[in-house]
Write a protein that binds this ligand. Structure first.
Ligand SMILES: *[C@@H]1O[C@H](CO)[C@@H](O)[C@H](O)[C@H]1NC(C)=O
Ligand SMILES: *[C@@H]1O[C@H](CO)[C@@H](O)[C@H](O)[C@H]1NC(C)=O
Ligand SMILES: *[C@@H]1O[C@H](CO)[C@@H](O)[C@H](O)[C@H]1NC(C)=O
Ligand SMILES: *[C@@H]1O[C@H](CO)[C@@H](O)[C@H](O)[C@H]1NC(C)=O
Ligand SMILES: *[C@@H]1O[C@H](CO)[C@@H](O)[C@H](O)[C@H]1NC(C)=O
Ligand SMILES: *[C@@H]1O[C@H](CO)[C@@H](O)[C@H](O)[C@H]1NC(C)=O
Length: 510
């Protein structure tokens, strides 16, 4: 109570944002520097993979163009990979600079961002432009956020970069979430991943540009939006786990396939972590609805059955869960596991096991974009990843985070948020067995399901330097194994055909 009063007294400061304050906070950087210098796993194993991949190394040549598109236009091939590989590289190089202190990496990251700010005006001509707006929007904003205190960039680049992010990306994020596109006369037309990407991007650009209106717009949409990017629509039903009766959250895309459902949880982790670093606790929102959904996904994708409530948005209907791409692993689980289990002290048995599966798949850590898979397959670049570097905590780390919670709360924005954060230490309890991850360092596994075989086979060869080779050779020769196919078509479809009879606007392509 005393702490709350103290914090309330500091509320006049509440309009300021913490920087860096999106996927990475200063405390994450400090912790990681310590882990790397002490050569502790799993951080060290992850760091080796990170610094050995091509985009973490110089020279890096930016590929900026004036117009990108996820689709071929006339005789012009799709070229959005130029943007998503550069976004991943800019984030990577900025993070490497933050950890190692070598300004060559900051300069290279700045060069990438500046070259896009100088050129980019268009991100596509059909619906897929919104995927670029959301997915690459949040990635670029995160790169810029990490670099914003690098003086040469702050003085010559940041303002121009912010303008591009607002004009080219945020404008689309908001247009889409306000359902102004013709297809969106049914506000549930687009699957959750489309809208979650816009929420992640709008929130990130709000912080990047110190714009409270934009940040609050994204938070409000998450809590109370009318489309599938609002959490109560992204996780449609609360069902009971067989045997235990525990609540589980059925995801909006569970009847569609598991690859897109995995993307939803990757994006929900991004959204909640970005908000958390600004003092807004979306992880706990509505009985930790994100976690209920993650537990449902993880249980099913580990090979266990889950209840399924019929789903329809009036355009597509599902009566059973889809086994398509079941067992899909994306880089999504470190942030969820460490937040809910380590920081909050919650039970999250399926999420815990899914992180374990992730470690087994990728060689003892959760990797990120640029280290794995073809650079032309969007699914490897939808979110930035590197959760082991950024979020993995041991018990000592958790204790020091709790200590710092009160002192950093001055930047937090609302009474509700302050109260939520103050409760964190009370809710926390010690978790045994979490250190089992620390000893994981060998790739083991081929996943048990057919659809993830391609991913894990690739993973066993990928460990560190092999990954960049794979990325550079994969381009046009890539063979779409089932797992990769799921990635490649991650979000190229929305919720199905419009019925002309009920639709006053011309039908759009699926
Ligand atoms: C910084 O990084 C560059 C590029 O890898 C390297 O050539 C240079 O030696 C590094 N500088 C220091 C001081 O380590
Ligand atoms: C903040 O962003 C909103 C859109 O979210 C925009 O209307 C407003 O002009 C921005 N404010 C500033 C100061 O740029
Ligand atoms: C949710 O939005 C509706 C209108 O769309 C509004 O009436 C209501 O107050 C909002 N609730 C919250 C919690 O923001
Ligand atoms: C929480 O979810 C339930 C449905 O499961 C919904 O009725 C309720 O309005 C939600 N509450 C908030 C605060 O979003
Ligand atoms: C992770 O999997 C390994 C076997 O691969 C097992 O020994 C370990 O107990 C598992 N850890 C957790 C937390 O499930
Ligand atoms: C956690 O890691 C730190 C280094 O970051 C180390 O000093 C500490 O002993 C570790 N704590 C536990 C419980 O392993």
């Amino acid at each position: 109570m005393k702490a709350l009063q103290l914090l309330l007294a500091l509320l006049p400061l509440a309009s300021s944002f913490s920087h860096p304050g999106l996927l990475v906070a200063e405390s994450d950087l400090a912790r990681l520097r310590g882990k790397i210098s002490a050569r502790l796993d799993p951080w060290q194993a992850c760091w080796s993979s990170f610094v050995n991949m091509a985009p973490a190394n110089l020279p890096y040549t930016p590929q900026a163009v004036s117009s990108v598109d996820r689709d071929a236009v006339g005789s012009t091939d799709s070229n959005a990979y130029l943007l998503w590989t550069d976004a991943a590289a800019a984030f990577t190089l900025a993070l490497r600079w933050k950890i190692e202190g070598n300004t060559s990496y900051a300069d290279a990251a700045a060069t990438i961002l500046n070259s896009w700010s100088d050129k980019l005006t268009s991100i596509g001509s059909n619906d897929d432009q919104y995927l670029v707006a959301g997915l690459q929007g949040h990635e670029l904003a995160n790169a810029g956020e990490l670099l914003r205190d690098y003086t040469p960039f702050r003085e010559n680049g940041l303002a121009k970069f912010q303008t591009m992010m607002v004009d080219v990306f945020l404008a689309k994020n908001i247009y889409f979430l306000e359902h102004l596109d013709g297809s969106e006369h049914n506000v549930k037309h687009f699957f959750a991943n489309w809208e979650l990407a816009q929420v992640a991007s709008a929130m990130a650009i709000g912080v990047l540009t110190d714009n409270t209106t934009t940040f609050n717009f994204a938070v409000d949409y998450f809590k109370n939006g009318s489309g599938n990017g609002a959490i109560n629509n992204a996780v449609t039903n609360i069902v009971q786990e067989p045997d235990t009766g525990n609540p589980l959250g059925q995801g909006q895309e569970e009847g569609r396939d598991q690859g897109h459902s995995a993307l939803d949880f990757a994006l929900l982790g991004v959204i909640a972590q970005q908000a958390w670093n600004q003092g807004e606790d979306l992880f706990s929102y509505n009985n930790s609805r994100i976690l209920l959904g993650a537990e449902y996904f993880a249980r099913y994708n580990l090979g266990y059955e889950v209840p399924f409530e019929p789903y329809t948005n009036g355009l597509v209907s599902y009566t059973e869960i889809s086994s398509g791409s079941r067992g899909d692993t994306r880089w999504a689980w470190e942030v969820l596991y460490n937040h809910y289990v380590m920081i909050k002290g919650k039970q999250a048995p399926w999420t815990t096991k899914y992180l374990n599966k992730t470690y087994e798949t990728y060689g003892g850590f959760e990797p990120g974009s640029g280290s794995f898979g073809s650079h032309k397959v969007s699914g490897y670049y939808d979110t930035l990843g590197w959760g082991t570097l950024l979020y993995h905590l041991n018990e000592t780390d958790v204790a020091s985070l709790r200590e710092s919670t009160t002192s950093t709360s001055a930047t937090h924005r609302s009474v509700d948020t302050l109260a939520a954060l103050i409760k964190v230490p009370e809710a926390t309890k010690s978790i045994s067995g979490s250190s089992s991850f620390l000893s994981e360092s060998t790739p083991t596994v081929p996943a048990s399901t057919a659809t993830s075989t391609a991913t894990s086979t690739a993973a066993s060869t990928a460990a560190s330097t092999a990954a960049s080779t794979a990325a550079s050779t994969a381009a046009s020769t890539v063979n779409l194994h089932p797992g990769q196919h799921a990635h490649g078509h991650q979000h190229s479809h929305h919720a199905g055909p419009q019925k002309a009879a009920s639709c006053p606007l011309p039908p759009k392509k699926q």
